[in-house]
Write a protein that binds this ligand. Structure first.
Ligand SMILES: NC(=O)c1ccc[n+]([C@@H]2O[C@H](COP(=O)([O-])OP(=O)(O)OC[C@H]3O[C@@H](n4cnc5c(N)ncnc54)[C@H](OP(=O)(O)O)[C@@H]3O)[C@@H](O)[C@H]2O)c1
Length: 294
């Protein structure tokens, strides 16, 4: 089976490529070889490859910078994804799309379900929501996976940022008043492999739709940072900071260009039940990732 995978240098794309490649013929899309802003290039790759499945983790993901270049964000995340959806529909193949907690405004008390109303508050969040809408309107066979607080030991993300800060500073500030569920890129990749196998086994139209894909449990950025430092200490990593030296600050005291949802908790029960996925507690998953034995 030929799979078209986008963004293989990103967090999710990288691990997905590693996990899918042993089983499938994967087209390893990068910004150069499969640019979401280049329709002609995407068209010729798809026509030549004739994929049985498209998986699209690539996106414009710089949440703050997005506020300053909305045209590029929409060209990448909305126009590019819409093209993939229309192509999937024409070919009669499924499209798996990654989406985000930022489609919500964060004002709900409790976890967001898939049927809660979206109300994105940032250019990035709006672009990801418009991409979801474009996919749904295309009538393609689609699975939209909304995830949150994605981390890994690769590239720049919250985990690697905290490890860098903790190695170089005795203390630093982290916001405590945004809550959510940290989710590892490896868990996301493993789940997408499981979903791919299920889709392959049997043509189940009733599996298509929107799902929330996160680890279980809830925390805030401050507690997440302290847990990272604690686990790093347990791994014997030499650090200047200790968990007790991290200072909790309010979002209002940490100015960013884009606003972020105060509550990013996504209810993952529909995904767990439909695809028989065990969504691990975020602390267990973090420990596994940091011990590099996932
Ligand atoms: N990170 C999070 O906390 C988070 C939370 C919720 C949802 N998500 C969603 O989950 C997905 C994966 O996130 P991630 O953290 O793995 O993202 P990431 O590490 O930022 O990777 C995104 C990838 O997209 C590629 N890309 C950007 N513009 C492109 C273009 N025009 N054409 C082709 N590729 C392009 C980037 O290429 P380069 O390597 O060349 O830059 C990068 O490899 C995204 O759809 C994101 O919206 C992420």
């Amino acid at each position: 089976m030929n799979i078209l995978l986008t963004g293989i240098n990103g967090q999710v794309g990288y691990y997905l490529n590693k996990k899918l490649s042993p089983f499938y013929n994967v087209f390893e899309g990068t910004r150069d070889s499969f640019d979401l802003t280049n329709i002609d290039q995407m068209e010729s790759v798809i026509d030549e490859l004739s994929p049985s499945l498209i998986i699209n983790p690539a996106a414009y993901t710089y949440v703050d910078k997005a506020e300053k270049e909305p045209d590029l964000v929409f060209k990448t995340n909305v126009v590019g994804t819409k093209f993939l959806a229309e192509k999937s529909e024409k070919l009669g193949i499924p499209l798996i799309q990654l989406s985000t907690d930022y489609v919500f405004d964060g004002l709900k008390k409790g976890a967001y379900t898939e049927i809660d109303k979206a109300n994105p508050q940032s250019v990035y969040g709006k672009s990801k929501y418009d991409a979801e809408t474009a996919i749904q309107e295309s009538n393609s066979k689609h699975i939209i996976l909304r995830t949150s607080w994605v981390y890994s030991l690769r590239g720049k993300n919250f985990l690697t940022t905290i490890l860098d800060l903790a190695k170089n500073k005795e203390s630093f500030d982290i916001v405590f008043d945004q809550i959510g569920s940290p989710t590892s890129a490896i868990f996301i990749a493993n789940t997408i492999v499981d979903i791919t196998k299920k889709l392959e086994q049997i043509e189940k139209n009733n599996l298509y739709g929107i799902y929330h894909l996160t680890c279980s449990g809830v925390t805030n950025w401050f507690e997440f940072a302290k847990t990272i430092i604690l686990y790093a200490q347990e791994e014997g990593i030499s650090l200047k900071s200790k968990p007790e030296n991290i200072n909790p600050i309010k979002t209002a005291d940490f100015t960013t260009l884009a606003s972020r949802p105060e509550n990013s908790i996504l209810n993952n029960h529909k995904l767990a039940k439909t695809f028989e996925i065990h969504c691990p507690e975020w602390q267990n998953e973090l420990k596994l990732i940091m011990s590099d034995k996932p």
